[in-house]
Design a protein around this ligand. Structure first.
Ligand code: G3H
Length: 526
């Protein structure tokens, strides 16, 4: 610990024993889970370091959280779903002000819990604050557009977006703050009530926000519980009381949870799932630019991003030059601790290094070679990224989402090869295409846009900016997220219609003037 800069040291084990249900922060007296960090594994420490404990909550407490969310929603008749838009916005604005105060604590825990480097941890926090502020502005804009009574074919209508109900929100470990909040924040602001369970890594960093959630929102709107999915999430789904499953994670978990719901058509899905985004390098590509984009695309945060480039297709004519330049750059990447701000850091999942080694062994046993000198060097919870070539369809790394530091490379002569592979793949999030000739690029792009949902021209795959749509085809996503789209995904259009006659006109006029309804009104929040 002495090697850690003073401001980032954890001097004693952090005991998080609190949870939030029905507007009350309570102390958990049952079983606790140990929270380890893999960070000091490669210095003088022998074992993973115990940095904290977190509640292992029971099925009964999960049901208590569900009942709180359900009563607060009260079939849409609760205070929160019927509140004026500006009142909900005021609650969210109060929350974001309180959240800002926790920046330092949360950034430090992001480093310790998931090994994200300092700059990226700060970026995750700041991007989340920006996301919340943008969401507030976007909701005002949507509400402004709805503040008008239309008249079509003799029927007047006031159409707004209404909430869906109780949302179960489960986030991923690689963006335990940002991606989870990209689900939670739009769900809350649209008038839904929520139950949120953090991912298996990145639990301690949620605890500093419990007070802010409690103080900013009415009881039952946000319920935060900790523990295992099987004990907490499964019974909640089985109850049939969940209206939206919002999850960023693996498709197998999403399917297992959906299957538990007894009323399938009641359940809406907002899912961000796995991907196998390819980079396709054409023979006229600017190789230096391509190498840099493939490097950050495939290996930033050690490849633990759903948007990472997970397989590279390079044209035969330039394969040798690409492999030489790319593997040289990979070997130059620096490993260190998150506070050193190095590109490579230890992996937070204890079993990940073995999994990556297994992928490498499988590929090499079937004919691939490790192209870079340091590729595959393993030490405790660190694996140096391996560039594998030639990779073929029978290797595990060709199909599996590695979500870690291994980069499979395939060569091709005809671009129909990567396109055919993409057609056969069960994933369809993004692709990167590198090249210059518009005669070649044009038709390829026209095919790619129908195979994935974002084609990155001479650029790495990525999610941001968050105002752009983030979605996928096949097993990569359900629904679309962006600042604007997420507000739509967590709501439904609902409206009041009336035949256009004098009686209805005078009722509507009086209702608007007297402000007797929160729904029928034509004023809006500036
Ligand atoms: O893990 C999936 C994230 O949405 C990736 O986001 O491309 O901004 O790193 P990013």
């Amino acid at each position: 610990m002495n090697s850690v800069p003073k401001k980032f040291q954890i001097n004693s084990v952090i005991h998080n024993n609190e949870y939030l249900i029905n507007g009350k922060i309570s102390k958990w007296s049952g079983n606790k889970a140990n929270v380890y960090s893999t960070l000091l594994c490669d210095t003088d420490e022998k074992e993973p370091l115990l940095i904290g404990t977190s509640p292992e909550m029971s099925t009964e407490s999960a049901m208590e959280a569900l009942n709180a969310a359900s009563s607060s929603y009260d079939s849409g008749m609760g205070k929160w779903p019927r509140m004026k838009v500006y009142e909900r916005i005021n609650c969210m604005s109060a929350f974001v002000q309180k959240m800002i105060l926790k920046r330092e604590e949360i950034v430090k825990l992001l480093m310790w819990e998931i090994g994200k480097n300092l700059n990226d941890s700060k970026k995750e926090f700041d991007r989340t604050i920006e996301y919340i502020n943008d969401t507030i502005e976007e909701y005002k804009r949507i509400d402004r557009k709805c503040a008008t009574i239309q008249n079509q074919s003799g029927v007047r209508a006031l159409i707004r977006r209404g909430p869906l109900g109780v949302v179960l929100c489960l986030g991923p470990y690689n963006y335990p703050l940002n991606e989870t909040f990209a689900l939670l924040i739009p769900a809350i602001i649209m008038g839904n009530t929520t139950i949120f369970k953090p991912a298996k890594h990145g639990v301690l960093l949620i605890a500093p926000l419990l007070e802010a959630f409690k103080e900013s929102f009415p009881p039952g709107v946000v319920n935060i519980i900790f523990g295992r999915g099987r004990v907490i999430a499964s019974p909640i789904m089985k109850s049939g009381k969940v209206d939206v499953l919002s999850l960023i994670g693996h498709s197998s978990s999403a399917i297992a949870l959906q299957d538990l719901h007894p009323q399938k058509n009641r359940l809406r899905l907002v899912l961000g799932l796995e991907a196998k985004n390819p980079a396709i390098i054409l023979k006229d590509a600017d190789l230096d630019l391509t190498v840099n984009e493939c490097l950050s695309g495939s290996l930033s945060f050690n490849g633990q991003r759903c948007t990472a480039i997970k397989i590279i297709y390079v044209h035969e004519d330039i394969k040798d030059e690409f492999l030489y330049k790319f593997s040289k750059k990979v070997d130059e990447l620096e490993l260190g601790m998150p506070w050193d701000n190095t590109f490579l850091t230890p992996l937070p999942e204890p079993s990940k290094p073995q999994y990556i080694s297994d992928l490498i062994d499988d590929a090499t046993s079937l004919g691939a070679k490790i192209i870079n000198k340091k590729g595959g060097i393993k030490y405790k919870n660190f694996v140096f990224p391996a560039v594998l070539y030639p990779v073929s369809k029978n290797m595990r790394v060709f199909k599996e989402e590695q979500f870690g530091p291994v980069v499979p490379v395939v060569s091709y002569n005809d671009v129909s090869k990567p396109l055919d592979d993409m057609c056969d793949s069960n994933y369809g999030q993004q692709a990167s295409i590198f090249g210059k000739n518009v005669d070649t690029l044009g038709p390829i792009i026209d095919s790619l846009v129908n195979l994935v949902c974002r084609v990155n021209l001479n650029s790495a795959c990525q999610r941001g900016p968050d105002k752009y749509p983030f979605t996928g085809r096949k097993d990569s996503a359900v629904s679309t997220l962006s600042v604007h789209d997420a507000l739509r995904s967590f709501s439904i259009r609902t409206f009041v219609a009336s035949n256009d006659n004098e009686l209805n006109k005078s009722i509507l006029r009086e209702m608007i003037d007297s402000k007797k309804s929160n729904f029928i009104r034509t004023d809006y929040y500036l």
